[in-house]
Design a protein. Structure first.
Length: 139
């Protein structure tokens, strides 16, 4: 947990450049996994999320969250970085959803709050797994 302030500073510093470089790709086509942009339509990793309560850990500018909200999910986007959350707030559009600042290893939600907790190069990529995975499982 000593790394939380350092990761927050890092993402606040690079957020604008990261979104400038990557949003045209990951924001244009929803549900693309990872740096190789593999469509979820090929992987079927998440299935139908209509009507489900979904938490995106490390939502960044909310590309996945926006897609899920448009598909009828009750989405919450969580990110460590104020700058990333500002990018998400600026891109939300018509399908509003809550944005929460927090760390994957210290989730501020009650047990059983979500039907699906997921991450694509977000909160679980940087957080210590022995802390973050149980938090995600409980939420």
């Amino acid at each position: 947990m000593d790394s939380i302030p350092a990761y927050r500073r890092f993402w606040n510093r690079i957020s604008s450049a990261y979104q400038h470089e990557h949003d045209p790709q990951i924001g244009a086509t929803p549900r693309l996994w990872g740096m190789y942009s593999i469509p979820d339509a090929h992987l079927h990793a998440l299935g139908d999320i209509t009507g489900k309560r979904v938490l995106e850990l490390g939502c960044g500018a909310g590309q996945w969250s926006r897609a899920f909200a448009a598909e009828g999910a009750a989405v919450v986007g969580l990110d460590l970085s104020e700058a990333q959350l500002a990018a998400a707030a600026g891109a939300i559009g018509a399908n509003c959803y809550p944005l929460v600042q927090g760390a994957a290893e210290q989730l501020p939600f009650a047990a059983g709050s979500f039907d699906l907790v997921f991450c694509d190069v977000g909160g679980l990529s940087l957080a210590p797994p022995h802390l973050a995975v149980p938090q995600a499982h409980a939420s």
